[in-house]
Design a protein around this ligand. Structure first.
Ligand code: GAL
Length: 473
């Protein structure tokens, strides 16, 4: 009996032990199952909300010509040694510092000037190009309009006008002398107005004139030539059938920090200036407007000394802001915002705040245009390290979707030339949203929410053949 009991008890205990271990395992397995199901649900829900993903993603990144654009192209630029020998005293005074490409870029006497700002002789003249060059973009070269004049559409953006099936590129017309209004102020050009160019193929640009001109005499007018008009953007309002232009309006000290609004019946102007204000009562410097698929439009501007961005919906007629505003990227000091949308997710490229000098771009993403916005990191690929840390020596201004190629965009940036602003160049490069983000901030049990935004450096590139300029976006 004792023996029996002796063995019975432990047996019961073992059974009990195994049972509880077993039920713990069952519990853990079911929990894991639930988590996996929840994760799948979230993922499917997310892709559903974003307009049913996989197919389009495959579409863009498996297209052979898009794949070609995704090849990383390196640049090997040797920085020449600093000119002249430095005296031993100078060496003592200043710590030794190697000349960087940024120094060279900012030095108007640099021997490498032609690398960043190639001369007229090597410009693309759309009227005389050899076939091999046709439809190719050369970032940083001087771009000419159909009459052979350098395109003046800096800090600009593009509107696709469905009515006329034409692209309109608007930007700062800066064809005047560069000077400093104040000792410590930024280099500037007097306001001349907003330049407008039209194109059917995004490559041949016809000058449509200055669609919003400076005010020559009235010194109290916002558009008086001594003031600042920057980053004009135009959106079309289907309800009112008006073209509405928003722009950064400032005085030469950048203390007015306002937005201006102008309106036109036609995309090629003339635009009628309606006035300026501080949106939501806050400072507004670099800004852009974004029109969503549902027709709602938003303004995004750098505020609070450029330390944060503000986003808010425009009124139905796009002529004003509403009372709704959210602060985003607070404390991140970003400017030059360029917004776009892919599969229901909103993306934005911004620059840092270093005036005309180039700096590192960052990509951000959000599920709602009003935020919260998350920072994903530097989108630039290729070139060399310095290229990537300076957004290819340029600053974001606009991101244009390419119809027929979901996930493919043109990243438009300005390579500012502070010594001669009219000679600033355009850096347009393929931007592709595909694959998982490097450092996704928001994970759902291992599934990253965000796709990677990549801007690929190419000395020369073209849009994939067969892109359909007339497909509605
Ligand atoms: C930059 C801004 C440009 C222009 C420039 C003036 O930060 O993005 O649009 O305002 O400063 O220095």
């Amino acid at each position: 009996m004792r023996i029996k009991n002796k063995y019975k008890k432990p047996m019961t205990l073992r059974c009990c032990d195994a049972g509880s271990r077993c039920s713990t395992s069952v519990f853990l397995l079911s929990l894991l199952g639930c988590l996996i199901l929840f994760q799948l649900y979230c993922y499917v829900d997310h892709t559903d909300r974003s307009g049913g993903g996989g197919e389009a993603r495959l579409h863009v990144s498996h297209h052979p010509q898009v794949r070609e654009l995704q090849e990383v192209e390196e640049e090997n630029l040797n920085v020449p040694p600093p000119k002249g020998k430095r005296s031993p005293r100078a060496v003592k005074r200043r710590p030794k510092r190697t000349t960087t490409l940024i120094d060279e870029f900012l030095d108007e006497n640099s021997q490498m000037r032609h690398v960043f700002f190639p001369g007229h002789k090597r410009a693309i003249d759309p009227m005389q190009v050899v076939d091999n060059d046709k439809y190719h973009y050369y970032p940083g070269r001087m771009w000419l309009d159909t009459e052979g004049h350098p395109i003046q559409a800096h800090g600009g953006g593009i509107l696709y006008d469905k009515n006329s099936r034409t692209y309109y590129w608007y930007g700062e017309y800066k064809d005047g002398p560069t000077y400093h209004a104040h000792k410590k102020g930024a280099a500037r050009v007097d306001i001349i107005g907003v330049g407008c160019y039209s194109s059917k193929d995004l490559w041949t640009w016809k000058h449509e004139g200055i669609v919003l001109a400076a005010e020559e005499t009235n010194e109290t007018h916002d558009l008086h030539k001594s003031n600042v008009l920057e980053r004009p953007k135009v959106i079309y309002n289907e309800k009112t059938e008006k073209y509405v232009m928003w722009m950064h309006i400032d005085d030469s000290n950048y203390t007015k920090a306002s937005v201006g609004v102008a309106i036109s019946d036609a995309p090629d102007g003339p635009f009628n200036y309606l006035g300026s204000h501080r949106p939501h009562g806050f400072e507004s410097r670099d800004m852009t407007v974004f029109k969503d698929d549902d027709g709602a439009a938003y303004i995004i501007y750098s505020s609070e000394d450029n330390s944060e961005l503000h986003i808010g919906p425009l009124t139905e007629d796009y002529l004003n802001v509403t009372s709704v505003m959210r602060r985003v990227l607070v404390g991140q000091h970003r400017e030059a915002p360029a917004l776009f949308k892919h599969q229901g997710t909103y993306y934005m490229i911004t620059s840092g705040c270093t005036g005309w000098a180039p700096n590192e771009a960052l990509a951000h993403a959000a599920e709602s245009v009003m935020g919260p916005w998350e920072t994903m990191g530097n989108p630039c690929l290729g070139g060399n390290k310095m290229f990537r840390l300076t957004t290819f020596f340029a600053q974001s201004t606009f991101v244009l979707p390419i119809p027929g190629f979901p996930g493919m965009f043109i990243f438009m940036a300005d390579r500012w030339n502070p010594a001669d602003l009219r000679d600033s160049r355009y850096v347009w490069l393929p931007l592709i949203v595909a694959g998982p983000a490097d450092e996704p901030l928001e994970y759902s049990f291992g599934f990253p929410w965000w796709s990677r935004v990549s801007i690929y450096w190419h000395r020369k590139w073209r849009l994939p053949q067969g892109w359909n300029p007339f497909q509605t976006m």
